[in-house]
Design a protein around this ligand. Structure first.
Ligand SMILES: [Zn+2]
Length: 149
């Protein structure tokens, strides 16, 4: 077996690619043992044998990332790009999940203007408005009914 510089450089290249010694031998048309011996003499870096790879490793696969499991939420940026988002939702009173501490949703000012807001005073239990606005609202309803009558 003549180890020319050309063959040695090819051996180094194939070795660095991680090919098996048998495969390197096939490509260089030499025996596997010659490859192993020459690699040893060249002091090429040791690498795991392909036969042993996968053996003795308890967990060859790393644990899957948590975010890949179950339903995934789109990134915030994508969500904002894909829909108008909460900023453009119409202003609405909070859901009436409680009879207490529901802010009065009486509109003050003209909708669309910066000064427009809701009263937000604690409302009368069972009604969407505070005491004052509830009085106004129900008086108005009565007035309208009287007007219509
Ligand atoms: Zn009010």
């Amino acid at each position: 077996m003549e180890w020319s510089d050309d063959i040695i450089s090819r051996l180094r290249a194939l070795w660095s690619e991680g090919l098996s010694t048998a495969e390197i031998g096939r490509r260089l048309n030499i025996s596997k043992n010659a490859v192993v011996g020459k690699a040893h003499r060249l002091n090429l870096p040791a690498r795991p044998s392909p036969i042993r790879r996968g053996e003795g490793h308890v967990s060859p696969r790393p644990a899957a990332p948590r975010r890949a499991q179950g339903p995934t939420l789109p990134p915030l940026a994508a969500a904002l790009a894909g829909n108008p988002g909460p900023a453009l939702r119409p202003i609405a009173p909070p859901p009436k999940n409680s009879l207490r501490a529901t802010p009065c949703c009486w509109p003050i000012g003209e909708p669309g203007k910066p000064s427009f807001h809701f009263c937000n005073v604690s409302s009368v239990p069972g009604k969407p408005y505070c005491e004052d606005h509830a009085a106004v609202a129900y008086v108005r309803v009565r007035d309208r009914r009287e007007d219509a009558a």
